[in-house]
Design a protein around this ligand. Structure first.
Ligand SMILES: Nc1ncnc2c1ncn2[C@@H]1O[C@H](COP(=O)(O)OP(=O)(O)O)[C@@H](O)[C@H]1O
Ligand SMILES: [Mg+2]
Length: 430
């Protein structure tokens, strides 16, 4: 049953109205002044208020205003009652929040139907509002679910990618390792044998200073003096080459570390260096552009408890981004400008206190605008053309650093450069 509060200082009006509405089955409360009405609503709330405008002390407008500023009562529909003879301002009534007017003397039918109409409207509005909040809640839930799904997809892609790329690299490194060792390991013996054969040759030359014409012709034909001279140089450069392949294979194995299932105490510098070896081909000069200089400033670091293979991915992503930013910047600059202000990547590490280390990777490339900066850790955000950027590098890096209980942040200025800082604890606390 709906309750209706009638507020009027005229007892005759009150009784006419309450009788009529009572007959319709409403519960009726009455108040003889605005003041009484305002007190009354503090105890119980009616569903609708019929409010006389002309009343002593607090008039209808003021009563309505006070009802509307109170969050408890502001939603109760208010219908003003005026005598035809009153010179009231209807606009003001609507402005203070009334939903309707009825005019005295009352037409019973009209009063009842207006009251019913507004109760119905109010009810519908309430239902609509409820539905809206439900929809909003659903929407928020849906958005969250979508975000979670996206995060999960990235993790899957990341794991899959890390695993497959890592496994492939580790596989190749392993396969190359054996043949390289054949060469590297046997070069020393080969050198020894050659020296022996050469000394034997010298001995022959000494003992038989006048060889047959057959031997003389052959010696001249193969230029034996040059061979003797060049052979040691040749062996030496083969040695250097084999050693280099051996190092690359070692770095590649270090870099991928597919076998890592638990955190281990690792040398961060070894990680950065193997990452630089893997990226070496991108740092070398391209076309007419000079190479990118890498300046290292390593501090004294303790071993850090981590998944080094994963941290290497972070270094790789950040350094690869720096190289992209430098390449893009150089595309926009003339060769003179590039030579005057050459591309450089500065990598520094330091121990902040006994528990934390910081790694900083800075470039003097293109930098980022404010709009780009806001989004760089978002999955799939990229400013690079399709095929070049996936927009996953930094979001993956963020996840990995977070997994280590660390932080990653940056500082960037357009056309000046970008600096990323990674902070991770030396030891993981569980
Ligand atoms: N060192 C940097 N200099 C300028 N912009 C950068 C740098 N590092 C990252 N960005 C910006 O952040 C975006 C997202 O990077 P990332 O997640 O690695 O994805 P991707 O490299 O595939 O675009 C890049 O597209 C680029 O706009
Ligand atoms: Mg990237």
């Amino acid at each position: 049953m709906n309750t209706i509060l009638i507020v009027d200082d005229n007892p005759a009006n009150l009784s006419v109205l309450s009788d009529a509405l009572d007959e319709e089955g409403f519960e009726i409360w009455v108040a003889k002044s605005g003041k009484v009405a305002l007190e009354r609503v503090q105890y119980a709330l009616p569903d609708l208020i019929l409010l006389d405008i002309m009343m002593p002390e607090i008039d209808g407008y003021e009563t309505c205003r006070q009802l509307k500023v109170n969050s408890q009562t502001q939603d109760i529909p208010v219908i003003f009652m005026t005598a035809l003879s009153d010179t009231v301002n209807k606009v003001e009534g609507f402005q203070v929040g009334a939903v309707d007017y009825i005019t005295k003397p009352f037409q019973q039918e009209e009063v009842i139907s207006r009251v019913k109409l507004h109760l119905k409207l109010h009810d519908l509005a309430e239902k609509l509002e409820h539905k809206n909040t439900l929809l909003e809640d659903n929407y928020a839930e849906l958005k969250l679910a979508y975000k979670n799904l996206q995060q999960m997809q990235i993790k899957l892609i990341q794991n899959e990618k890390l695993l497959s790329v890592g496994q492939m690299i580790a596989g190749i490194a392993h396969e190359i390792n054996n043949p390289v060792n054949f060469i590297y390991g046997n070069l020393a013996h080969a050198n020894e044998y050659i020296q022996n054969i050469l000394s034997l040759l010298y001995l022959y030359q000494e003992e038989y200073p006048n060889p047959s014409s057959h031997i003389r012709v052959k010696s001249e034909e193969i230029d034996i003096d040059f061979i003797k001279d060049d052979l040691s140089k040749l062996i030496n450069s083969m040695n250097i080459g084999a050693k280099r392949i051996h190092e690359i294979v070692k770095s590649t194995k270090n870099f991928s570390r597919v076998d890592e299932t638990t955190m281990k105490a690792c040398d961060i510098h070894e990680g950065i260096d193997s990452t630089l070896t893997v990226l070496n081909y991108r740092l070398k000069s391209k076309l007419e552009y000079p190479s990118i200089e890498v300046s290292k400033n390593y501090g004294q670091l303790p071993l850090v408890e981590c998944y080094l293979g994963q941290l290497n991915q972070v270094f790789l992503n950040i350094i690869a981004n720096a190289i992209d930013a430098l390449d893009d910047y150089n595309q926009q600059r003339s060769l003179e400008e590039v030579i005057k202000q050459p591309s450089i990547i500065k990598i520094s590490t330091k121990l902040i206190d006994n528990n934390w280390i910081a790694i900083q990777i800075a470039d003097n490339g293109l930098g980022m605008s404010k709009e780009v900066q806001e989004k760089i850790f978002e999955p799939f955000f990229t400013t690079k053309p399709i095929g070049k950027g996936t927009g996953l590098g930094l979001s993956m890096s963020y996840e990995i650093v977070q997994k280590h209980g660390g932080y990653i942040y940056y500082q960037s200025t357009p056309n000046v450069g970008t600096e990323f800082t990674i902070k991770i604890p030396v030891q993981q606390k569980f």
